[in-house]
Design a protein around this ligand. Structure first.
Ligand SMILES: NC(=O)c1ccc[n+]([C@@H]2O[C@H](COP(=O)([O-])OP(=O)(O)OC[C@H]3O[C@@H](n4cnc5c(N)ncnc54)[C@H](OP(=O)(O)O)[C@@H]3O)[C@@H](O)[C@H]2O)c1
Length: 443
């Protein structure tokens, strides 16, 4: 099995290290040795080692890999000695051209690029099917967790009802730091700390605004339900509006706040949404802390299963990339498993349920004037929209204001939206109402 690596950054280097470190273990399992035919990177010799690369394990063991280097990654996809191209450059423009050319040259492709698959997967898979090559992307979602394999293969006999995932380590780190600090840590301060620790990018938009999670959810939902990839239809909300007060009130009410990707099949189609949500503390997903990832899948025969592990980093991501290379080698001569786990002719579009039509319980926080009759005004508005109160916290006034937190019954989003508009117009209500959805993991 001769591979060509495009992109020698965190993941590319992780792949080199893993292949060198576990060469013998991989040979024992598969009967073959993975040969690195060529490595392409903008800086052809990023380590200044000239044609030999030294990789080291955490324990300090070192290996030397001899390979051909090139500064033109397109050399790799044209190289007749390369059987499998590893696209590890990131981005979508050059990556799409690279993968398209690799497929045209009848090379199998392994990628860790969620944006590429979420936005261009359907066309890439069609090209690959026509060329008779495989495209694999386990590393694109949840790093070291074999979630694609679990859903596509392990749960192949099931109908999947829903899946809920913590699929972005940066947002999970920020929320759990705010939770564990227990004081008034602000989102902005924790983000800065996450950037210093290397858990957040210098430009954190993709992570904190939920775009990265939406890419991953797009892929997961298509694998779960056999639908085309529809990134543009995912409702996406980030975590920048979450405050330490919300985390504290959620705790008092028996919940934790996590940033979730939710895909659910309903009578009206599929729900595809990424947003912060309260989850009951006793749920396994609520125990997922720091940069870790987890995905819970509800299927009709296996029931609820959960997959947990490191969602990023050189080692975990390389583990998924190299497993894909091994799968391709093991399935040589066959077309392998369908990309989305369903035969391409059976991929069926389903309507995506508009966020306004989604029903879930909600957490609402209001700052109100500390005067009699306020609660009556709030509950009148809520009851006019058929919203009932399941739990309530009222905190003593400070500076003339009181804080009220309400947990509602399950309610259609448009009713909550309408009630929030009316509540914000009440003269006793100060500022905006905070609303966070509550995830029910039992239906
Ligand atoms: N890091 C993770 O933990 C992780 C986890 C899961 C998935 N992924 C995915 O894996 C992919 C790679 O991520 P990464 O963290 O390894 O990125 P990275 O550290 O930035 O590495 C990318 C490498 O590719 C090179 N490159 C980019 N465009 C190129 C071009 N046009 N020609 C030649 N070389 C080019 C870059 O060189 P320059 O530095 O010179 O630009 C860099 O060395 C991304 O799709 C990412 O989403 C990463």
């Amino acid at each position: 099995m001769r591979i060509g690596i495009c992109g020698l950054g965190t993941v590319g280097f992780g792949v080199l290290t893993l292949i060198a470190k576990n060469a013998e273990e991989i040979r024992r399992k598969t009967g073959f040795v993975i040969e690195i035919a060529q490595v392409g990177n903008r800086n052809a010799d990023p380590l200044g080692l000239n044609r030999q690369i030294e990789v080291a394990s955490a324990k300090g063991d070192t290996w030397h890999i001899s390979t051909q280097f090139t500064s033109d990654i397109f050399d790799v996809v044209r190289n007749p000695d390369v059987d499998v191209v590893l696209e590890l450059i990131g981005g979508t423009d050059v990556a799409l051209k690279l993968v398209t050319e690799a497929i045209r040259n009848r090379k199998h492709v392994v990628t860790a690029n969620k944006a590429l698959i979420a936005m261009h997967g359907d066309e890439i898979f069609a090209q690959a099917a026509a060329a008779g090559v495989q495209v694999r992307f386990e590393a694109a979602i949840a790093g070291g967790i074999p979630i694609v394999k679990s859903i596509r293969e392990g749960l192949a006999a099931n109908r999947i009802a829903w899946l809920v995932g913590i699929i972005n380590g940066t947002t999970n780190y920020i929320l759990t730091e705010m939770e564990q600090a227990g004081t008034n840590l602000r989102f902005e301060d924790v983000l800065k700390e996450a950037q210093q620790l290397g858990y957040a990018e210098a430009d954190p938009t993709f992570d904190v605004e939920g775009i990265d999670a939406a890419h991953k959810l797009t892929i997961l939902s298509s694998i779960a339900f056999g639908t085309p990839l529809q990134f543009a239809a995912v409702y996406t909300e980030g975590i920048s509006g979450i405050t330490s007060e919300d985390i504290r009130y959620a705790d008092e009410l028996g919940y934790r706040i996590r940033h979730l990707g939710i895909a659910r099949k309903s009578e009206n189609g599929v729900e595809l949404r990424v947003h912060p949500a309260l989850i009951r503390k006793e749920e396994m997903l609520a125990q997922v802390n720091g940069v870790m990832n987890a995905v819970m899948v509800a299927s009709d025969s296996a029931g609820r299963t959960m997959y947990y592990g490191a969602g990023a980093g050189a080692g975990p991501t390389a583990s998924a990339v190299v497993a894909d290379v091994i799968d391709i080698a093991r399935s040589e001569g066959s077309t392998g498993i369908a990309n989305l786990g369903f035969t391409p002719k059976d991929i069926q579009a389903l309507p995506v349920v508009a966020i306004e039509e989604i029903a879930c319980p909600c957490y609402l926080r209001f700052s109100v004037l500390d005067q009699p009759g306020v609660m009556a005004q709030l509950s009148t508005v809520l009851s006019q929209h058929d919203i009932s109160i399941e739990a309530l916290i009222q905190k003593d006034a400070h500076g003339g204001n009181a804080e009220i937190v309400i947990v509602t019954n399950e309610v259609i989003e448009k009713s909550i939206n309408a009630s929030i508009v009316e509540i914000e117009a009440l003269s006793v209500v100060q500022g905006d109402v905070t609303r966070i959805r509550i995830a029910d993991l039992h239906e």
